[in-house]
Write a protein that binds this ligand. Structure first.
Ligand code: NAP
Length: 414
């Protein structure tokens, strides 16, 4: 067991185990959490109250979460002069399931993204972002209820791997010289250079997880979203590997959209349809024909863009949860960032993190807790006392604070 200098391991909690591909969840699992920067602390305080109230209501004290605060970002830097103490990574590994608020990443220079580092170091290779509509929330499209997609975004590779060199640097010059001199490709002198690695292994395990999820939950289709018409050997290969993994590992349980067009009859209904779309076209498809899409598997950058855009269709980032998932290890977090202009104002919508918690409880197989929290959110929205982001899209509603919205959610769980 790691010894912790900054964090305190709760004495009354137990570690989550993992054997034969399954989590073993004790009655009092230790769950590390990172509050996050900017609006993170406001949202976390509200979310934690909702989580504890739901667990108490379902299990009446027989089970509960032993929360363990671990440090990263501005709080860690201020207190310990370290943006991401190693023990934080160790805790997320040792206790297997964690939840975090957003962390600041400077644009251009400064530190590398702590979020990306955590995903890479812990090999949390799938970023799962479900996007669904809650009745009553104002939305910019006519039929937001038709949006119900779960996006599986590859989380480790692609341009997010962070392999890039600054314009004018010695490294960029050497990489350029190598490419120009030995590979016969032209790059303008003095350019910044980034590398986009995408592997068969990384792409296949991501698509595999998306297909397994779709089959387990009875979803209709998995769409591979790529830009393979232009980036043929990276994004194009992602598509090809996706079809391959579907055919090799799931045989008669899946059918490609192309093959579906060739047959008729009952076979159509029983199979999961695998299709693909080019990324730019997909943004239009999700707006105009959302009901044709169910599970999406896509490389890192496409998934980042697509999930914010999809969230906007159902009312915005305040309602957008996520989970970074590997094999027997997961860290849940909202899709959005720190929203720094609202920091400390008790203002923003906590549902992003609360719904990330719902995903976490489903991962722990405490499904009743997740269902109760969703019921609470539905009631709170029905009461039309909501945070500013929802209030501005819901005429006649009353704007309430982050903490008051959490109170309404807890009241709605009764
Ligand atoms: P952002 O924090 O996601 O915020 C963009 C806008 O989204 C906000 O101004 C607000 O819109 C809306 N929003 C975000 N969270 C909301 C919530 N809980 N409730 C209601 N509305 C919400 O994006 P950003 O300002 O571009 O990024 C800020 C920092 O976060 C950057 O340092 C970035 O690197 C970091 N970031 C971290 C993560 C992560 O930790 N995983 C993810 C993304 C970004 P309105 O202005 O319309 O009110």
């Amino acid at each position: 067991m790691t010894s912790y200098r900054f964090a305190t391991v709760p004495r009354d909690g137990e570690r989550i185990g993992f054997s034969n591909g399954k989590l073993n969840v004790p009655d009092t699992p230790i769950i590390p959490f990172i509050e996050g920067d900017g609006t993170g602390p406001d949202i976390w305080r509200a979310s934690r109250r909702v989580f504890d109230a739901a667990v108490q209501r379902i299990f009446a004290g027989k089970r509960r979460v032993a929360w363990m605060e671990v440090f990263a970002g501005e709080k860690a830097f201020k207190a310990h002069n370290d943006w991401l103490p190693q023990e934080t990574v160790d805790a997320m590994q040792e206790f297997r399931v964690s939840i975090k608020g957003p962390l600041t990443t400077p644009v251009g220079g400064g530190i590398r993204s702590l979020n990306v580092t955590l995903r890479q170091v812990l090999d949390l290779y799938a970023c799962i972002r479900p996007v669904r509509y809650f009745e009553g929330v104002g939305a910019p499209v006519k039929e937001p209820g038709k949006v119900d997609v779960v996006i599986f975004r590859e989380n480790i590779e692609d341009v997010y791997a962070g392999i890039e060199w600054k314009a004018g640097s010695e490294e960029a010059r050497r990489v350029r010289d190598f490419i120009v001199d030995t590979m016969g490709k032209n790059i303008r002198e003095g350019s910044a250079i980034g590398i986009k690695p995408m592997s068969e292994f990384g792409s296949k395990r991501l698509v595999d997880m998306a297909i397994r999820y779709a089959l387990r939950t009875g979803r209709q289709s998995v769409t591979l979203v790529h830009k393979g018409n232009i980036m043929k050997f990276t994004e194009g290969a992602f598509r090809d590997w996706g079809y391959e993994v579907a055919k090799e590992r799931y045989g008669e349980h899946v059918i490609s959209e192309a093959d579906l067009g060739k047959i008729s009859g009952s076979a159509k209904v029983d199979c999961l349809v695998i299709k693909d779309r080019i990324a730019d076209a997909m943004f239009q498809q999700l707006l105009l024909r959302p009901s044709e899409y169910s599970v999406i598997a896509t490389p890192n950058l496409n998934g980042d863009y697509l999930s914010d855009a999809a969230a906007a269709q159902v009312g915005g980032l305040g309602m957008a949860p996520g989970g970074n998932v590997g094999d027997g290890l997961a860290c849940f977090e909202a899709t959005h960032g720190t929203a720094p202009k609202y920091a400390g104002q008790d203002k923003v919508n906590p549902c992003s993190v609360i719904l990330s918690g719902v995903m976490m409880f489903e991962y722990l197989e405490w499904d009743d807790v997740g269902r109760l929290i969703v019921k609470g959110i539905e009631h709170a929205i029905k009461s039309r006392r909501v945070t500013y982001d929802l209030a501005r899209q819901m005429p006649g509603s009353t704007e309430v604070s982050t903490s008051a919205f959490a109170d309404a959610i807890i009241a709605g769980m009764a």
